[in-house]
Design a protein around this ligand. Structure first.
Ligand code: HEC
Length: 409
């Protein structure tokens, strides 16, 4: 995500001119990264606030029940966390939407002070966390794919099991990681953040300070496996909720916010990302990766965004192109041009509003193509709605306004 990655290999499928362009771009960007550490610091502050808010949402219902404090120290901690999160947001640079966000954090703080209902506080805290992540363009997903839980087996045994127990069944209830009700309120990204010392201080540096991003994601998947249902959901559910079997939905969404069957399914899918990958339509993968690429681009890392676009093209669009061309050749041609246009815009460092507009149009058409090849049917659009909602948040009100004016005017 935020770490610098080694140069990706140039695969034979990619035309060699593209590789050279990419390498040029890479070199250029590495030379031009001036404000990188400031950006990273901002992202850490934003991610820390998101983590605090997620835990406000999950802890508050245990701290306050029916308008009365049930657990005094947890209540105090929840209140302090919400206030601390507001303070962090105040430290972040102003952006369109930040004033509104500060307003909603203020009403969250008042709701906690008034011992409002658990449901209201949870909703407000989660909504504020999502809005904050969108406003500051936190990728909230691994740069590529999610590792399997098995990758973290030894690490869990060495570093976690003596506190959290075998398969998360700790002796002390506050350390248990296998309660499906609690875990359904947290996303994989929330688990990831717990293991990132710049974002959460649940653990000492010795527990997770030296882990790589990939190790943290593998541990997040491992943790998710402790509360996952035994049985895999029916494959037709993957068609009904396409945004839940791939990034970013699988990492970002909290199962508890979804309808029952989607919720159970996500609990399983996020614990088995490798098996889940095969269920994903290639164009759904393309859409998810494009969405991530857009966040990455907006966070200022054009080289990684370009890498993600190429991944979306190669592993998502190209495998489905022939089928699409047979069904709707005009759409396939338009998409070819849009992919090319987006790549050119990034390579030529076009103004970012132009690049974002190209992202949006391409993403819209990829979603359309996917619906054409694998219709989700009437009421089953929910998964996409969730993804598109996230995407829309990420674009920001101003840009939408600009786009609409240009389209209609
Ligand atoms: C020294 C004991 C200890 C070790 C070792 C430890 N943890 Fe924890 N962990 C805790 C405690 C205590 C909490 C609760 C902290 C709090 O509420 O502030 C916690 C919280 C968590 C949470 C959040 C759970 C929730 O429901 O809020 C996760 C996830 C987690 N740990 C995962 C891990 C993983 C993965 C490892 C191994 C890399 C690990 N922990 C190692 C003690 C430990």
């Amino acid at each position: 995500m935020l770490q610098t990655r080694p140069l990706p290999p140039c695969s034979p499928q990619i035309a060699s001119w593209l590789c050279s362009l990419y390498l040029l771009l890479w070199a250029g960007l590495n030379a031009a990264q001036t404000s990188d550490s400031a950006d990273r610091e901002q992202q850490d502050i934003a991610a820390r606030a998101v983590s605090l808010l997620s835990f406000v949402a999950v802890d508050y219902p245990e701290a306050v029940q029916e308008g009365a404090v049930a657990d005094r120290s947890l209540y105090r901690q929840t209140r302090d966390n919400a206030e601390f999160a507001s303070g962090l947001v105040e430290q972040l640079p102003d952006r369109p939407g930040r004033t509104q966000l500060l307003g909603s954090l203020q009403s969250l703080n008042s709701a906690i002070a008034d011992k409002a209902s658990a449901e209201a506080v949870r909703r407000q805290a989660n909504a504020a966390a999502d809005r904050l992540a969108a406003l500051y363009q936190l990728p909230r997903s691994p740069a590529e794919s999610l590792p399997p839980a098995s990758e973290a087996r030894a690490l869990y045994q060495d570093r976690c099991q003596h506190c959290h127990g075998i398969d998360g069944a700790a002796d002390q209830p506050e350390r248990a990681l296998n309660d499906p009700v609690r875990m359904a309120n947290l996303s994989l990204y929330d688990f990831y953040n717990v293991l990132e010392p710049t974002r959460n201080d649940a653990h000492d540096q010795a527990v997770d300070g030296d882990l790589s991003s990939r190790q943290r994601w593998a541990l997040a998947v491992k943790v998710a496996s402790f509360s996952a249902p035994q049985l895999a959901p029916a494959p037709k559910l993957a068609k009904r909720y396409p945004a839940l079997v791939g990034l970013p939905g699988i990492a970002v969404l909290r199962p508890a916010t979804l309808p029952q069957e989607a919720r159970e399914s996500l609990m399983w899918w996020r614990a088995h990302p490798v098996e889940t990958r095969a269920l994903q339509h290639p164009l759904a993968r393309a859409a998810g990766l494009l969405y991530l690429a857009q966040s990455t681009y907006r966070s200022g890392d054009a080289a990684s965004a370009y890498h993600q676009i190429m991944l979306a093209l190669r592993t998502g669009y190209q495998p489905a192109r022939a089928q699409l061309a047979a069904r709707n050749p005009a759409l396939a041609t338009q998409l070819d041009q849009q992919w090319q246009g987006l790549r050119d815009a990034i390579l030529q460092r076009a103004p970012s509003n132009e690049v974002i507009e190209k992202f949006q149009r391409l993403l819209g058409n990829v979603v359309k193509a996917r619906e054409l090849l694998q219709p989700t049917g009437g009421g089953a659009i929910y998964g996409w709605a969730a993804l598109l909602f996230l995407a829309a948040l990420a674009v920001g009100a101003l840009l939408w306004f600009g786009l609409r004016r240009r389209r209609t005017g």
